[in-house]
Design a protein. Structure first.
Length: 212
């Protein structure tokens, strides 16, 4: 991809692309499916999970995380940016710390503010309803709603650029926002620091009630 230093491609923004309505619709369907499971209505849960497997989510994810474009990612050269560090062992924080970050950030992506979901809840849904909550090795074999909304940790300063696992360097993120940035710094893609605005704290629990 061609890099650019043209200022018009470097206007600060919070995320690569605003979340599409289908993201919130899928989250609502999955939340209703969890309620149905807790009420032992697996037939209804299966139908709701299947409805959340939306092709529009795959297309949205592809624009951010699969293909890198000048218009969306706006990569530029930043003098003095930390270099990529080779052979650096990736070390993730403990599960307890990871969970505390998701809870701190309200189970929402700190970049695009999309609701994100618990990995454990996704695994439980797959265990109970494997055909509806499909989860294979290839991306095409994964439920699109469960995959794109699944919670991830993102290093504000990428690990490969010297970033650590401190709470000040880790935020909750959706898959597209995390994988779309790769190992570029926030400055190199023109993203605002998510700590410059408060997290969303509403009644969204990341579907954690399914595994409590």
């Amino acid at each position: 991809m061609q890099l650019t230093e043209d200022p018009k491609f470097y206007e600060p923004r919070d995320c690569f692309l605003a979340p599409i309505p289908d993201i919130f619709a899928a989250a609502n369907l999955l939340s209703r499916a969890v309620d149905a499971i807790l009420e032992k209505n697996l037939t209804l849960a299966e139908d709701l999970i299947m409805q959340a497997d939306m092709s529009a989510l795959e297309a949205h994810n592809g624009k951010i995380a699969t293909y890198r474009s000048r218009e969306i990612h706006r990569v530029r050269l930043v003098p003095g940016a930390p270099p990529t560090m080779k052979d650096r062992t990736q070390r993730m924080p403990s599960y307890k710390v990871e969970l505390s970050i998701y809870e701190r950030d309200g189970w929402h992506c700190r970049f695009c503010q999309s609701p994100i979901t618990s990995k454990e809840a996704r695994k439980k849904m797959h265990l109970l309803l494997p055909m509806a909550a499909r989860w294979g090795k290839a991306n095409s074999e994964k439920h699109r709603g469960l995959s794109i909304l699944e919670s991830t940790l993102d290093h504000l300063l990428p690990h490969s650029r010297g970033g650590d696992n401190s709470l000040e360097n880790l935020v909750a993120a959706c898959g597209p926002c995390q994988f779309g940035r790769g190992n570029f710094t926030l400055e190199e893609v023109g993203l605002n620091n998510p700590f410059s605005r408060p997290p969303i704290n509403d009644n969204w629990d990341g579907l954690r009630r399914l595994v409590k």
